[in-house]
Design a binder for this molecule. Sequence first.
Ligand SMILES: Cc1ncc(C[n+]2csc(CCOP(=O)(O)OP(=O)(O)O)c2C)c(N)n1
Length: 507
Amino acid sequence: MTKPVTPTLDRVAGPADLREMSDRELCSVADELRAEVIEAVSQTGGHLGSSLGVVELSVAIHAVFDTPRDKLIWDVGHQCYPHKILTGRRNRMHTLRQGGGLSGFTKRSESEFDPFGAAHSSTSISAALGFTVGRDMGRPTGDAVAVIGDGSISAGMAYEAMNNAGAEGRRLFVILNDNEMSIAPPVGAMSSYLSGLADLSRIGPFGGLAAVAEGMEQLAPKPVREGARRAREMVTGLESKGTFFEELGFDYIGPIDGHDMGQLLSVLRSARTRATGPVLIHCCTVKGKGYAPAEGSADKYHGVSKFDVGTGVQAKAKANAPSYTGVFGDALTALAAEDPNIVAVTAAMPSGTGVDRMAKRFPSRVFDVGIAEQHGVTFAAGMAASGLKPFCAIYSTFLQRGYDQVVHDVALQGLPVRFAIDRAGLVGADGATHAGAFDIGYLSALPGMVVMAAADEAELVHMVATAAAHDTGPIAFRYPRGNGTGVALPERGEVLEIGKGRIIREG
Ligand SMILES: Cc1ncc(C[n+]2csc(CCOP(=O)(O)OP(=O)(O)O)c2C)c(N)n1
């Protein structure tokens, strides 16, 4: 009788077990892990596409680095499902994103393998740099590895961190997980620049293992590096300047194939052995990798509800009323059709905020600034100062990122920026980091700021009209996640009296 084969993943109680495995076994772990992530998320819903893109990366990092002594910090943390399975939480994956269950993000209180909590983007390099200072000042902590996506690296905080890290010169690993997607396709000059770098790897001598060799060269002493660069210029005829990251003081490795376990392991091992300062490893990955319905979808299955693994069809909750987001998007579009001065700003969330509806009709008047809430708010303030009527559509929780800009650039200057604040109040499965709990407090404290809360979707239509008509200072209106109450929608929004509420019940 032949002995039954134990799946390789079953032999992984924690990352230490990965370090005992051959490279071939690590490939098997990755394959089984991918299938398990798909199965688990089909039962709970969650951030599937992002997690599928980092399956090999998760296995390789834990196999090469000494976690939890080495600190692995996932930016946003929404891609951490494979990491959770590998770090002792496999049997709790069925509780993901449910009350009392596993968080959908990294969370310090959940595991020693989550050294830093996240959910808002672009914090990982700053936090990782903090750990390197702790290490260098004798704290019992090893290396720090930040994994950040091409969407998340568009935010100012990531550049502030790289600016600081390059000057500090401490040994630090930043892995750029470049899947050429944010939630929507990424925007901005940096995104084009990264695409250019990734494209360069596909021509001639940069492809495949040559790219790894090129990566090794980046860790070589400067004269060797210069020689290799000149050789590269001779072969390709392209002038080779340093990358943006090198100019900031990082060693740049890549781009490499983030799904090729061999490449990943050899580059990570080499970097870990030889790095003395900050290193950026540019990994090209595919969002939704290995699951056809995800790879084929417009947002690569960024966030999904429960779904059928065979067909990829997601469960749809029965809705008796339109979503607040949709009602806002339609009301704004209707007003934009009448008033050419109305413009809209989103920070990487065109469909999440509903401004994609206006963008379909008036593409040149809707601005997706990328994950850049701070810039988005001040950009809107500038447009308001020029006489335009900007609607700045940002979720309550993410507007926190742009608070000084709301105070200093909008409120203190009395500029009529209209804040459309979606996901106000509790948000359910995304948890505390995403709850819109603070906006009433942080906005009501500001001079001249009007704050409105819609009690139903008809009132939201009136508030959009009220905000459009309010030219004397800043105004905000908040509304919850999900569907309205089912009331009839007005034909047109009417301007509401400021300072007057609706009495629902006396007493
Ligand atoms: C400050 C902030 N703004 C917006 C978001 C919403 N958000 C979550 S993930 C994401 C896209 C991230 O893209 P990327 O870093 O490329 O990761 P991917 O999902 O593509 O792997 C956005 C905009 C957030 N988490 N934090």
